[in-house]
Write a protein that binds this ligand. Sequence first.
Ligand code: BEZ
Length: 211
Amino acid sequence: MSIRLGDTAPNFSADTTVGTIDFHEWLGDGWGVLFSHPKDFTPVCTTELGAVAKLKPEFDKRNCKVIGLSVDSVEDHNAWAADIEETQGVALNFPLIGDPDRAVAKLYDMIQPNASDTMTVRSVFIIGPDKKVKLSITYPASTGRNFAEILRVIDSLQLTADYSVATPVNWNDGEDVIIVPTLSDDEAKAKFPKGWKTLKPYLRVTPQPNL
Ligand code: BEZ
């Protein structure tokens, strides 16, 4: 069964490069990103893990933990970590799940047999403090992900969880946002004291409210 937005992220216990974890306990009450890698000692994954390690302070700022998964053993992950540090110039600073029996990969539908029977696709799940899945994206093995985009989505999710807004195309933190159409103008007056521009009755643009 595939995992849909709004579902509770399935819990699991797994060995990782930082020891055995219970996923929900490890997430605690903050945000989380779980992302899969087709295989250890592969070139694109090596660059992705280095990029995420460099971005770790950005995830920390957003109270968001990151955890990778690859269907090899923790022993292999530890050996691979040395290559990642050597080639990407940064040490792994977040856990990698060892999943040689593919238990977690199967739980999260990361093995997609029409793509590959043995390797995972590149899945990304963003999980909220309520343990619900807020975003899921699936990339092919041949395409490295853009983790700046994942951070951008976390910014949008965190903003829209607190305010009656949605974020427009290519939005980045600090830019104008859209008042949700379900809010009447009268209701909006109380919530958006800076006012808004009405382009259409359903398209009202306002400064980002938490700035
Ligand atoms: C890679 O990470 O480089 C990769 C893994 C599986 C298939 C293609 C590329």
